[in-house]
Design a protein around this ligand. Structure first.
Ligand SMILES: [Zn+2]
Length: 178
């Protein structure tokens, strides 16, 4: 798997290493690198190792990835937006065992839609919450969960124009596994 630095280069994106994050607008001092670091470290009060918090980890990963699609491979958008769609619209509780199943579905789908690209919402219009806000605003586990869920929802809704496409992939998943 490529690092975000390699992926940005492939996508022809120059990364800014100072000021706010150029993708989500988070008020960092070190740009995307700091935004990525906050994300990698996780949020205080939210222990992703606890089973009850697994779902919030998926929500955070999806939200951050879809807020920063320029530093990911294009099929990542399909994967993360479909997972959000399954969680937020179809109310499927997510678990670690489900992601490889969704990857299988997506791999089959890709063969039939090799050129399909999801178009990200414009930069600055991918939800109001971001890594820095959640880091600064969260006051405890319950509150941090709510913020992460809100973050996921905001990013998910900002990708509204692509929901019809991921609904097709979600249906393939639901028909196969439910
Ligand atoms: Zn960011």
């Amino acid at each position: 798997m490529k690092t975000y630095l390699e992926q940005a280069e492939i996508n022809g994106i120059e990364l800014t290493n100072h000021g706010p994050c150029q993708f989500c607008g988070a008020l960092t001092e070190g740009g995307i690198h700091e935004c990525q670091e906050i994300f990698n470290l996780g949020f205080e009060h939210l222990d992703y190792g606890k089973e009850a918090n697994y779902e919030y980890r998926f929500m955070a990963v999806d939200a951050h990835t879809l807020q920063h699609p320029e530093i990911h491979g294009r099929w990542n958008n399909h994967f993360h937006l479909t997972r959000q769609h399954l969680m937020f619209t179809h109310h499927i509780p997510w678990g670690y065992e489900k992601s490889p199943l969704l990857s299988n579905i997506l791999n089959t789908y890709k063969v039939k839609h090799p050129n399909e690209i999801l178009t990200p919402p414009p930069i600055g219009q991918r939800g109001m919450l971001n890594t820095v806000k959640i880091k600064e605003e969260n006051t405890g586990e319950k509150n941090c969960r709510a913020l992460v869920e809100q973050w996921g929802n905001e990013v998910y809704h900002s990708w509204y124009d692509e929901h019809q496409i991921v609904e097709k992939i979600a249906q393939l998943y639901l028909m196969r596994y439910y």
